[in-house]
Design a protein around this ligand. Sequence first.
Ligand code: GDP
Ligand code: MG
Length: 443
Amino acid sequence: TLSERLTATLRDLRGKGRLSDADIDATAREIRIALLEADVALPVVRTFIAKVKERAKGAEVSGALNPAQQVVKIVNEELIGVLGGETRRLALAKEPPSVIMLAGLQGSGKTTLAGKLAFWLRNQGHTPLLVAADLQRPNAVNQLQIVGERAGVTTFAPEPGNGVGDPVDVARRGVQHARDKMYDIVIVDTAGRLGVDEELMRQAADIRDATRPDETLFVVDAMIGQDAVATAEAFRDGVGFTGVVLTKLDGDARGGAALSVREVTGQPILFASNGEKLADFDVFHPDRMASRILGMGDLLTLIEQAEQVFDAEQSAATAQKIGTGELTLEDFLEQMLAIRKMGPIGNILGMLPGANAGQMKDALAQVDDKSLDRLQAIIRGMTPAERSDPKIINGSRRLRIANGSGVTVTEVNDLVNRFFEARKMMKQMAGQFGFGGGTRRQS
Ligand code: GDP
Ligand code: MG
């Protein structure tokens, strides 16, 4: 999966100041694949990736996240932004009835949506009326009536036996009927074709002109994938719409159509449909959709948790480890690197009285870039077990580490001994100073 690939490529790149171009490029490549796999249209992917790279360039490396995670975080935020940030509510007329017209290809889910929307609105205390302005297919009116019955709302339909009626006329009379009978919202179901077609567009535009909708919702099947852009553009130019509804999200489509439609038309996505039942319907949640498109909800959750936990734990954990003498070589290295920025140990030492503290401060002050690099090389040459439990580093291990990291055995000995001394000393000082100790913790 994408998450695994990302974590594997960029695991060890934490804390480098700013995100490097290489980190950004490597992550952007993976994100690009993820977006294409989610069926986002290619031009939309390009624009989006460019935007993300731009933003990532200036970003500082966070202590909580590695660069890959950080780029993913930026991608996620950007995606949520493009998908609409906060959800927009349905725009209703000041003077009822409000008119909501549904437009979209045949099979996109308009009629089903009409029922769901009516049901949802009715549960909020509205009195919706369905209007059957799809007279194209013989069964369309009947289908809407059945859906309406299930939703517990009335359907306005052409009188049977008059031959094929005029959908524009039915729509107009439907709105008038709502006005007369005090329905406060009219939902106009319209016909669709399998492909975009002139006559269909003209009919939809005529219904629009006859009913003056407060909202025209473009209903689009999430499975449509790459075709979403062309279809959305055709409906935008042919009818115009003020909002989008994404249907069939219960399928396995990753929902790239959402990003494509949103990016190309600039219109907000208002609702999401995810099943054939009336209740399979919700207002659109940009954050959920972003995570679905990226296909790495797990990673996003991890990133969030890492960030939350990081601040609170960082200082506490180190202090506690020092106090209980559990400090590992990994911690040691991290602290060494932090010294020059006057990180936790530097601060702690500065606050401690006594000769020992002074000596140690001097010793640490002598740590320069070169010896830090060597320290880092030696510690990186150890196995995780050795790093967390340096007591096991015996003679043969020392030789292996020395060979592996290009230093002498004496230097490895030096480091290990210094580490044990430092750990002992810090533990004593911590005891005197009254922090650390207490409950043992895993980290
Ligand atoms: P219309 O031609 O645009 O009116 O589309 P319909 O409402 O008739 O829906 C076409 C088909 O898709 C029907 O079989 C619906 O039951 C089905 N459908 C509509 N919305 C959804 C959805 O959100 N999930 C699933 N699984 N099926 C849906
Ligand atoms: Mg229909």
